[in-house]
Design a binder for this molecule. Structure first.
Ligand SMILES: NC(=O)C1=CN([C@@H]2O[C@H](COP(=O)(O)OP(=O)(O)OC[C@H]3O[C@@H](n4cnc5c(N)ncnc54)[C@H](OP(=O)(O)O)[C@@H]3O)[C@@H](O)[C@H]2O)C=CC1
Ligand SMILES: N[C@@H](C=O)C(=O)O
Length: 277
């Protein structure tokens, strides 16, 4: 069942004329809800997307009351093609939406051989397919307009197979690569793409993997995470890793990766792979 609700505000018309609306997926709780709070405080009208209508209604009512912004709610399970398509259509057709925050995502517990094929497929459907389709829906319109932004929420786990969340991490590695590639393609057209890589952040996601977040160390508060992510957003940073103290480590990783690029073009196998015939 699709519910689209609109909480009008007197400022809606002025906002629609001055600053872009922001569509945020996974906006009913956690990082997405924090993004909604921050963008509402900045005066952006919002489109909130998630499955839990009640939570989004409560958030929308409070943010409308506090900030006087217009807020639409779209109830959608982004693993369901028909419901995802409704959000894609909104992104394609609503010219007021200038920022997409691709945040909706989840994680599952267990090892690869313990996880069911259906569960890993559902994880990929949400964390990669839905994110990709929504970016694909909005990007042509933003490129034609010569402005706008796509924020993709990845994870440091996408850089860390050692963390033992293989499929989840693979989905987040996809998000990072997609963001880097889209930035190369879209930045020249005026569209800003940001990959945000949180580490352990205090949200309900940890319950989905069977962990008690209160037993974990180094847990960042969600507001601190989003505030830091928005510092990167305001700086137009391509990859924002809020918990990483030294940006030089990321830069060194990128430099080492890019130094390998010229060495991929060889008509013969590397000496180390040549067997003695
Ligand atoms: N918390 C952390 O430690 C970290 C989180 N991340 C990433 O941050 C993003 C947000 O996660 P976080 O806030 O922590 O998690 P939460 O579980 O707190 O929130 C997830 C959000 O996604 C929505 N969602 C979940 N499944 C679906 C679905 N099938 N269709 C539509 N919406 C859905 C949920 O809403 P509803 O249930 O109402 O549908 C909720 O609003 C994710 O991409 C996650 O991978 C990255 C690194 C660390
Ligand atoms: N979402 C967290 C894992 O469940 C993470 O990305 O660290």
């Amino acid at each position: 069942m699709m519910i689209v609700m609109n909480i009008e505000s007197i400022s809606e018309k002025s906002n629609a004329m001055t600053i872009p609306s922001v569509l945020i997926t996974g906006a009913s709780t956690g990082i997405g809800a924090a993004y909604a709070e921050r963008f509402a405080r900045r005066g952006h009208d919002l489109v909130l997307v998630a499955r839990d209508t009640a939570r989004m209604e409560a958030l929308a009512a409070r943010l409308h009351q506090e900030n006087g912004v217009a807020i639409d709610i779209i109830q959608a399970d982004l693993t369901q093609a028909a419901e995802l398509a409704t959000v894609e259509t909104r992104l394609r057709d609503d010219a007021r939406i200038g920022i997409l925050v691709n945040n909706a995502g989840t994680a599952i517990g267990g090892s690869f051989i313990e996880q069911s094929t259906d569960d890993v497929a559902r994880l990929v459907a949400l964390n990669t397919t839905a994110l990709l389709r929504l970016a694909s829906a909005i990007a042509p319109r933003l490129a034609a307009a010569g402005e706008g932004a796509i924020v993709n929420i990845g994870s440091v786990v996408g850089l860390a197979p050692e963390f033992g969340m293989t499929v989840y991490g693979a989905t987040k590695a996809f998000v990072l690569f997609l963001s880097q590639g889209l930035s190369l393609e879209l930045a020249p057209k005026g569209v800003y793409v940001q990959a945000v890589l949180p580490a352990t952040t205090r949200t309900e996601i940890w319950g989905h993997v069977g962990a008690d977040v209160n037993t974990l160390s180094g847990v960042m508060e969600v507001d601190d995470l989003v505030n830091a992510a928005l510092v990167g957003f305001d700086r137009r940073e391509l990859v924002t890793i809020p918990p990483l103290p030294d940006a030089g480590q990321w830069d060194a990783l990128q430099a080492a990766r890019q130094a390998m690029l010229p060495n991929y073009r060889n008509e013969h196998p590397a000496e180390r792979y040549r067997t003695v015939a």
